[in-house]
Design a protein around this ligand. Structure first.
Ligand SMILES: NC(=O)c1ccc[n+]([C@@H]2O[C@H](COP(=O)([O-])OP(=O)(O)OC[C@H]3O[C@@H](n4cnc5c(N)ncnc54)[C@H](O)[C@@H]3O)[C@@H](O)[C@H]2O)c1
Ligand SMILES: N[C@H](C(=O)O)[C@H](O)COP(=O)(O)O
Length: 355
């Protein structure tokens, strides 16, 4: 374990109150962690969920002035940055709590920017219920990009008192979503975008930015000096030489040739159906998929429960779980905390590697 002086202080957001996020926070609190975890949430949510789960939990108010230190088993530190509008009932989504969820993300993000936390680790949110509440939201990745841009531009790293939540449209910083499992890393060229909009989003400037951010992220956060990235095509069989789609010929091939000439270690465009076969993956550090469901089903099939979602390209360190809110398991005690543990470990590792 790190010495006291080296202990990392990480914000942990429990996410959707009706989901398994609060369960996982309570489960984690049962063991001493190698870092100081500070849950950014309504303390009542965790106390109530601990009772439902029949697990002991003592909450300690977070003291920003104190030195970071891990808590004893059964204890969790809490920053009561936001209050639920209505109690979080396991399995029962309520749009009334949507603003609360975003306020916790906002507080954690602002705290990372102003140095209160070294990183933030997020448990799952439910995108649908946030939108049902009238708040445009496509995912943490896009929301945090927007918030980082807004907070950095305004020079205020503390959340604004009013309004806390501004609508999220296009992210101003283009982040990269990378899911990292023990056996495979998959990054996405587009994130939470309807499939019909993907072809138009595969432009040379966007793809170049994504490849550069991914390369830098693999170098800085994973310690890989010259990462080899397998870049998928968009169309079946990577367009079959232009007979099954034109995006490879028009955009992807010329870009990859230009970046290879610069020295980037890129293969592709590769047919997405065979890029994941073991001989191809042997020498690869990551696969870059063109869209969400081209890459993530394979990653989750291979590594569900052990993978970590990392956001690259932001001025903060953020990791997350590889799973969703699992409303069917909330309050049951059957949710597996493996991915959240891995997300915490990876956040601490990335923070340690940072210059
Ligand atoms: N990081 C995030 O915030 C995040 C990630 C993925 C999905 N989501 C959101 O979660 C919601 C539900 O998504 P979904 O139903 O597609 O996926 P899900 O991951 O919630 O559930 C898929 C299946 O996996 C099981 N499962 C999930 N997590 C588990 C765990 N920790 N232990 C044991 N079993 C687990 C569930 O019971 C279910 O059978 C959606 O709104 C989605 O957008 C959020
Ligand atoms: N695309 C992610 C997944 O399938 O696991 C998930 O929706 C979470 O994305 P954010 O981290 O942007 O919320």
């Amino acid at each position: 374990m790190s010495s006291k002086a080296e202990t990392k202080r990480l914000a942990l957001t429990p996410g959707e109150p009706a989901g398994i996020g609060p369960d996982l926070c309570v489960a984690l609190a049962q063991q001493t962690q190698a870092v100081e975890l500070v849950a950014v949430c309504d303390p009542d949510l965790l106390e109530t969920r601990a009772k439902v789960l029949g697990l002991p939990l003592a909450l300690e108010p977070f003291d920003p002035a104190g030195p970071p230190s891990p808590t004893a088993p059964g204890v969790l530190r809490v920053d009561a940055a936001a209050r639920l509008a209505t109690p979080g009932i396991p399995g029962e989504l309520n749009p009334d709590n949507a603003s609360y969820v975003l306020e916790t993300l906002n507080a954690a993000c602002a705290g990372c920017l102003n140095g209160r936390w070294e990183a933030m680790v997020t448990a799952p949110v439910h995108k649908g219920v946030i939108n049902d509440a009238g708040l445009a939201f496509s995912g943490h990745t896009e929301f945090l990009a927007q918030r980082c841009a807004q907070l950095t531009a305004s020079g205020r790293a503390e959340p604004a008192p009013e309004p806390l939540i501004e609508p999220v449209t296009e992210p101003v910083m283009e982040p990269v979503m990378l899911l990292s499992a023990p056996v495979l890393r998959v990054a996405l060229a587009t994130t939470h975008l309807p499939l019909s909009q993907v072809p138009n989003a595969i432009t040379a400037p966007r793809l170049e930015h994504i490849i550069r951010v991914l390369t830098a992220g693999l170098q800085e956060s994973f310690g890989i000096p010259r990462p080899r990235i397998l870049v998928c095509g968009l169309n079946p069989h990577a367009g079959e030489g232009g007979h099954l789609g034109h995006e490879e010929q028009d955009v992807i091939i010329p870009l990859l040739e230009r970046l290879r000439a610069e020295g980037l270690n890129l293969a592709g465009p590769m047919p997405a159906d065979t890029v994941f076969v073991p001989p191809q993956l042997e020498r690869a550090d990551a696969v870059l998929a063109m869209y969400h469901d081209q890459g993530l089903p394979v990653l989750k099939h291979l590594g569900f429960g052990q993978a970590v979602n990392v956001t690259l390209g932001l001025p903060i360190v953020r990791t997350s779980v590889d799973h969703g809110t699992a409303l069917d398991l909330a309050g049951s005690g059957r949710a597996d905390a493996g991915s959240l543990r891995a997300a915490i470990a990876l956040a601490a590792e990335i923070v340690t590697k940072k210059p």
